[in-house]
Design a protein. Structure first.
Lengths: 189, 59
């Protein structure tokens, strides 16, 4: 809301009442009552409804950030929704945490298998070291960007590389016992 | 509070890419399926020290 302001319309979904109240308060505070719709309910079903009725398209951006991409609520999983959005050419940003190292790049591969013609990128951050558990993200995390408009710029990939380098230098200096390594994947075109 | 892991290392990584994507695309419509709160009060603990505080100290 602070970044795009009045230039954008927003739909924020959450099942947590306190989060919804906080979003409503932020909407008021920022003077975005006419731009922001807050949904107290299942964001997967809400977004699926929007894509099925063609109320979102290539000029939209959907951020999917569930705890579990495979959990199904009302018959649709977050993975199902991401595949559906990518197939409809709706730009998607999907964030995941790595519950196991074996799941590395899994979401990216699932999307590319379902929609082979998609343009997509994945940036994963693996967390290593004797105190890695203190970071609170399991084995790490990653983000899938799908849609031609989301091709990461050199400035963005450079910023990510710089953060990884800076983190490892800071961590070593402070003896945090945590290090990180990035891993990238891209669709083959 | 929907997200107890706010401002941790994963949250920093997510927002680095998300804000970059939003800046590039400037969408006319933005949707979040699992929004969480708009603001979180920053606390001083290990998870945030590994997360957002390292971001503040990096270039």
């Amino acid at each position: 809301m602070m970044m795009l302001g009045q230039t954008c319309r927003y739909v924020f979904c959450d099942t947590d009442r306190a989060s919804v109240d906080d979003l409503l308060a932020a909407r008021e505070r920022l003077g975005l009552q006419d731009q922001v719709r807050v949904v107290h309910g299942d964001g997967l079903a809400e977004t699926l409804g929007l894509v099925e009725t063609r109320q979102i398209g290539q000029a939209s951006l959907v951020h999917v950030d569930p705890f579990d991409f495979h959990a199904q609520d009302r018959g649709v999983s977050a993975l199902d929704l991401v595949k559906r959005l990518v197939a409809a050419a709706v730009p998607v940003v999907a964030w995941y945490h790595l519950a196991t190292l074996a799941a590395s790049l899994e979401l990216f591969h699932d999307v590319m298998t379902a929609v082979p013609e998609a343009l997509a990128w994945c940036a994963e951050l693996q967390v290593l070291g004797p105190r890695a558990n203190l970071a609170g993200v399991g084995w790490g995390c990653g983000i899938v960007l799908a849609g031609a408009a989301l091709a990461p710029s050199p400035a963005l990939t450079g910023a990510a590389d710089a953060y990884v380098t800076a983190f490892n230098e800071l961590s070593a200096g402070a003896d945090l016992g945590v290090s990180v390594a990035s891993r990238f994947a891209t669709s083959a075109r | 509070m929907a997200n107890p892991h706010f401002a941790n290392l994963g949250d920093v990584w997510k927002h680095l890419w998300l804000t970059g994507a939003l800046g590039q695309v400037r969408p006319v419509q933005y949707i979040e399926t699992h929004a969480g709160s708009a603001l979180y009060r920053l606390v001083d603990d290990v998870e945030r020290a590994i997360g957002v505080r390292t971001r503040h100290c990096s270039p």
